[in-house]
Design a protein around this ligand. Structure first.
Ligand code: PXG
Length: 285
């Protein structure tokens, strides 16, 4: 049986899962999404992801046609229908099909799409040796233009930075905000370790409030580490003892080089390794 895709209450074979070319999600990137993961059949922090989804919807004046409880059921059911236990889940809510023109009042029926597929992981050597990344010249969206807290279908800001990274041979790229402060990577949040303290940019640096970021902050505090959410500069990154990234896809991944500068001694550090281990235990618990 081919992969079953959920679209607004019905399941379709992967090849038959289709959305109108008049959907404003396609025409204007007018919609929102979430990327989730399940481990052993259980979706990690499903409620947190769904709260963020419904808040993103509210921020763009989009009413999701089903309740958060119905969405919870639909996500779990999509996993079951596809017999998946360790999976990547992509949830998309579009504004729906309408006439041409920006006006969302001319659309009807927002579409809810749930794709549950096999997860493709980064090669293990990235976790063992650490990533080499660059700072992109593309700055993160200004929060007053399009808040990075909204996980919208407008991901071109991140894609442009990702292309800069890829063209430099890196799978991730660091993005700064309009003040020149460190914001986040294209699909991951960033943490520094400095003198046994964990430092990460605050939400008002213009970043996505990552679910993995929150889980790592909790795990670090439970392990007795001090965690501070403070504005950071590239200087802070370059002189850090350790750097790592967090995200649903990457989990916790060390960074050992940024802009051709070696971080710490050039190897994943002890705090990063410990948090990688704690995170793996957390998602399996
Ligand atoms: N910053 C940005 C800009 C992101 O898009 C994160 C940080 C990490 O957030 P979470 O909640 O995942 O810890 C993200 C997450 C995909 C995909 O398919 C993208 C993300 C997550 C999962 C899948 O591109 N972005």
């Amino acid at each position: 049986m081919s992969l079953q895709i959920y679209i607004s209450g019905k399941y379709y074979d992967k090849d038959d899962a289709k959305i109108s070319v008049y959907d404003h999600g396609l025409l204007y990137g007018d919609g929102i999404f979430e990327g989730l993961r399940s481990y052993g059949g259980k979706v990690f922090r499903l409620q947190e992801h769904l709260v963020r989804l419904y808040e993103s919807a509210k921020a763009i004046w989009l009413t999701i046609p089903i309740s958060i409880e119905e969405m919870t059921k639909a996500v779990n059911e999509t996993l079951k229908v596809n017999n998946l236990s360790d999976a990547y889940i992509r949830l998309v809510v579009t504004r729906g099909a309408g006439s041409l023109g920006l006006d969302p009042n001319r659309t009807s029926n927002p579409q809810v799409i749930i794709i549950a597929d096999k997860i493709t992981l980064y090669p293990p050597e990235f976790y063992e040796k650490g990533l080499d990344i660059i700072t992109a010249s593309t700055i993160r969206n200004h929060p007053a233009a399009l808040s990075p807290r909204i996980k919208s279908l407008n991901y071109l800001n991140n894609i442009l930075a990702k292309i800069e990274g890829l063209r430099a041979g890196c799978i991730e790229a660091l993005m700064l905000n309009s003040k020149g402060e460190v914001a986040e990577c294209t699909g991951d949040n960033i943490f520094l370790v400095r003198r046994k303290e964990l430092l990460t940019p605050p939400i008002d640096a213009g970043i996505l409030e990552g679910v993995t970021r929150e889980a790592v902050i909790e795990a670090a505090r439970a392990a007795g580490l001090t965690v501070r959410e403070i504005p950071l500069t590239r200087h802070d990154v370059y002189v850090a003892d350790e750097v790592f990234l967090t995200g649903t896809a990457a989990e916790v991944i060390p960074v050992v080089k940024i802009d051709n500068r070696t971080i710490g001694n050039g190897e994943p550090g002890p705090v990063t390794r410990d948090l990688m281990k704690r995170f793996r235990e957390l998602v399996r618990s």
